[in-house]
Design a protein around this ligand. Structure first.
Ligand SMILES: *Cc1c(COP(=O)(O)O)cnc(C)c1O
Length: 399
């Protein structure tokens, strides 16, 4: 069998420069080691990859189109291509990772899947994959999020998952993640599907690999659309960093391709209502990895804020901390208002309602100039159905 070779700048301990690693309690070492071994084994396994490719094609609907947005391109005076992850089954890129992870769990002989979720997108994707493969599914979700994301809670329940409300801390994503890790410690037979490129090694590497299908497709689609596999820029929003990792993956080692990450500024990086981890954070440890973290001087995690639930996280994946601090990627902070305006604009001139998260990537067009002959690929990570209430509220503020 051929060995799996990561093309990411990661060492065997899971470090991207100073970032990453596995800061976990002793009791989890066995779990994480078995996961690493299984991941490297199956990532290089022909039969596993054949089955995954079949599901991505016939179940998720891949390849997702790469669409040249003519009117948007004209408006901004450059060449804009949208990678349509919003057209995937369940409405976002999260299904790519959930499906691959649950398939891996099944090959490992696991029968019980656990996951954390914030807005519920990753919970829905994981519950979907578990329904498909006949595995038990428990989703940990902050009690605050359970109350405010009812449609996604209902979807998970309908799919047969158990939703476990978490009452600690702020009762949001960070607390749900803590609880999932705690449960995993006591139930080593369960398989933990993490929803982003965060957590202890090998999760950031594994999730990035499972999302790398995005940039693999972009390369071949661009070749047939433009005659070149390489764009000038790839732009993606960044919460934990999984859609950005997938969109950047096959371009990281191509120095002519600019990588632009859009994090959530919330009400502004000069306010305390922000989730712009890279701008306002510092090096620390969160959920098992050394990375950039929003924290006080004595290391307490600061509660983040963003209008978009998927970007409302006080950390970021270690790969992105490394890409940003080494100068390989450029990070821009996009405010709630800029994201909303970008979402309304795309809707009106292209007829596509983006997820609020993805709207942060689109907001880059208003804060950064591109040249007339640049090719700019923007990863449209998800669709906006889940955000309709917010969009209507800010469209008609008097209502
Ligand atoms: C969850 C989510 C994100 C943020 O997560 P990443 O891991 O940073 O990609 C972005 N877009 C959509 C549509 C999401 O559902």
């Amino acid at each position: 069998m051929k060995a799996f070779h990561s093309i990411l700048p990661v060492d065997s301990e899971g470090y991207y420069g100073r970032f990453g690693g596995a800061y976990i309690p002793e009791i989890l070492h066995g779990n994480v080691k078995r996961l690493s071994e299984a991941f490297y084994r199956y990532a290089a396994d022909e039969d596993f990859n054949r089955e995954l490719d079949r599901l991505l094609r016939d179940y998720v609907g891949r390849p997702s189109p790469l669409y040249r947005a003519d009117r948007l391109s004209e408006l901004y005076g450059t060449n804009i291509y949208l990678k349509r992850e919003d057209l995937n089954h369940t409405g976002a890129h999260k299904i790519n990772n959930a499906l691959a992870s649950v398939l891996l769990a099944k090959r490992m002989g696991k029968t019980h899947i656990i996951a954390e979720t914030g807005a519920g997108q990753h919970g829905v994707a994981t519950a979907t994959a578990c329904a498909l493969m006949g595995l038990d599914c428990t989703v940990f979700m902050g009690a605050t999020d359970v109350a405010r994301q009812k449609p996604n809670v209902d979807r998970m329940l309908l799919l047969g998952a158990k939703v476990e409300p978490v009452h600690s801390g702020n009762k949001t994503l960070k607390d749900a993640t803590n609880e999932a890790i705690r449960y995993w410690c006591c139930n080593p037979d369960s398989f933990y599907v993490i929803g982003s490129t965060v957590g202890p090694h090998p999760y950031p590497e594994m999730v990035a690999y499972f999302q790398s299908v995005i940039s693999r497709e972009i390369r071949s689609q661009l070749l047939s659309l433009t005659g070149s596999e390489l764009p000038d820029y790839v732009v993606a929003c960044i919460g934990g960093g999984s859609n950005a990792a997938g969109a950047f993956y096959h371009f990281i080692n191509e120095p002519t391709v600019g990588l632009i990450a859009a994090e959530a500024a919330g009400l502004g990086t000069d306010t305390d209502m922000t989730a712009a981890t890279m701008k306002v954070g510092s090096e620390g440890i969160i959920h098992g990895a050394r990375t950039m973290v929003m924290q006080t001087d004595d290391g307490q995690i600061i509660e983040p804020y963003s209008i978009s639930a998927g970007l409302d996280y006080p950390g970021v994946g270690p790969l992105h901390s490394y890409l940003a601090t080494s100068g390989r990627s450029e990070v821009l902070a996009i405010t709630d208002r800029q994201a909303l305006d970008a979402a309304y604009r795309l809707t009106r001139i292209e007829g596509i309602i983006p997820a609020l998260e993805s709207a942060h990537a689109l907001g880059v067009l208003d804060v950064r100039k591109f040249a007339p002959d640049d090719t700019v690929v923007i990863n449209l990570s998800g669709r906006g159905d889940k955000d309709m209430e917010t969009y209507m509220k800010y469209l008609n503020p008097e209502q």
